[in-house]
Design a binder for this molecule. Sequence first.
Ligand code: ASP
Length: 329
Amino acid sequence: MSKIAIIFTGGTIAMEKNKENGLARPALSGKAIIEKISGKINHKEIEIHDFGNYPSPHIGFSEMFSLYNLVDKISKRKDIKGIVITHGTDILEETAYFLDCIYGGVMPIVMVGAMRNSSEMQYDGTTNLINAIAVASSNKSRGYGVLVAMAGEIHAARDVTKTHTSKIETFKSKDKGLLGVIDHNDVIFYRNIKRRLTVKPKKINAKVSLIKLVAGINGDFVQYSIRNNYQGIVIEAFGRGNMPPQIAQKLKEALKLNLVVVICSRCPEGRVYPDYGYSGGAHELKQAGAILAGSMSGVKARIRLTTALSSGLDRQAIGMMFSEDEGLN
Ligand code: ASP
């Protein structure tokens, strides 16, 4: 019989309120969460993996890479048809995209969390988990890479982001829109996505900084990245990808030293584009060798660049990868 493997990593879905101070903290094991949906699932079809009980702000590349290794191992098994990963919502989109950059298989990988902990009336962990299991079980989900199933919606790892600090319907794919929905037990995809190139790092060892621009910013953080042996810098620039001349000059120095510079926008939607010819405009940086990341967010571009540099890709290959991500080739 084919089963669904559920990897429990923690987050609010696994939290309850401490009786003394009323604060949410990690508490529930995978088994305890599964007991909450008992009667709604066939237990023989579920396999539990307790990976950890992390609040997601405690998760970094080392945990993500261990999680990938577990996913990779399980995805090669013939008795498993899909994998669900429970996760804190704060950085869920980063772990989802990290896995998506590396995982090249067709078995569905579905990430899920909750915005209310298990002591709260509106605990959304049970419905979300049942929905995620439905998505992971569906043949329709094969080949989509890593998906996020929250609040009845299905999103692609690349496009999804947490948009609200507390609302249950916080995950959105903005310009791109959701991929599909889960309606009762029906899994419906409204659109297809083109799979992206995956990379195969042996470990995650590239240092990549992400710098969000503010009015009048100078080159100090770029200088810090150069001095501390960062191999890549992602810039969340203004609008179409523009910046003050001072930081642009420093970035040109970084490019000469062979750092890979990727430019995104701090606008939540839309693409960067070399429209402007003034000093600090995206065109100047592109001419100097920076990569324009299209509509990718800074957070996702940092994951893409880190996994690519850790896999040994050079600037040209990384540039082609970002163009391919954007559907340009
Ligand atoms: N702070 C929590 C976490 O990311 C939020 C959540 O899971 O919803 O672990």
